[in-house]
Ligand binder design. Sequence first.
Ligand code: NDP
Length: 252
Amino acid sequence: SYAALAGRTAVVTGAASGMGEATARLLATNGARVALLSRRRDRLDDLAAKIVADGGQALVVPVDVTDQASVDAAVAAVHEAYGPADLVVNNAGVMLPNPIDDGRVDEWTRMIDTNITGALRIIRAFTADLVAAAAEGRTADLVNVSSIAAHLTFPNYAVYSATKAALTHLSAMLRTELGPRDVRITNIEPGMTDTELGGHMDNAALAEELRGLQEAVGSLSSDEIADVIAFVTSRPRHVNLRQVMVLPTRQA
Ligand code: NDP
């Protein structure tokens, strides 16, 4: 268990499925109250019901992180119900690979707007909360879920990888502004993890390739990523595992 999480006020984006769902559950199990942010309200309702049935606290906040007005409304809902946040997990993301020659501006826009600008909208919304919490001597965490894709070179995933490289770099740069004010920034870079992420691509050959790779190297579970996030956010506040790569042992 991660006792230090008790009493924290957490915001998790992309909480409808995969790593976000698992992280929200684990934070709640350890006594944090958790705002669940993503687009699919039915999934968030189910998750909140499970958390409450387990004795935890959860708030359903439907949001599209690509829409500033939607984010503004979500932030107001979090503040009204819970007050300021002290643990923010930027996890929402989409992965839409295709050959660069296809020129899929629609997919590029969606990935950039979700994985980079969406994360920035959430950072913009909660930085003041985190700075204030830290100034009061409380632990304040911003966790960005990037990817090992930030470092790999791999055909057809150029734009996705670029969004993740941007997020990794953003984490490193933000440490220089917020670290001196005791806001802890952690960049998590998972490898192959069994979630819905690959289910949105429209290229059957690439979907098949991904399944093959997953069979070859195996995959982590969302719970295993959630465990890492709970671990890093429950250390003493001056201890920052700033960059965590977590991969299946067989993934090169
Ligand atoms: P999932 O597809 O299961 O989860 C992604 C979540 O993001 C969903 O819950 C989705 O919920 C939410 N989301 C997507 N678009 C938006 C949006 N516009 N506004 C709000 N929420 C949105 O996949 P994962 O759990 O794998 O993904 C979580 C993160 O992990 C992503 O950033 C991904 O890039 C990263 N990652 C995943 C890896 C893997 O192998 N699976 C490896 C490395 C990194 P909804 O549809 O309800 O909005």
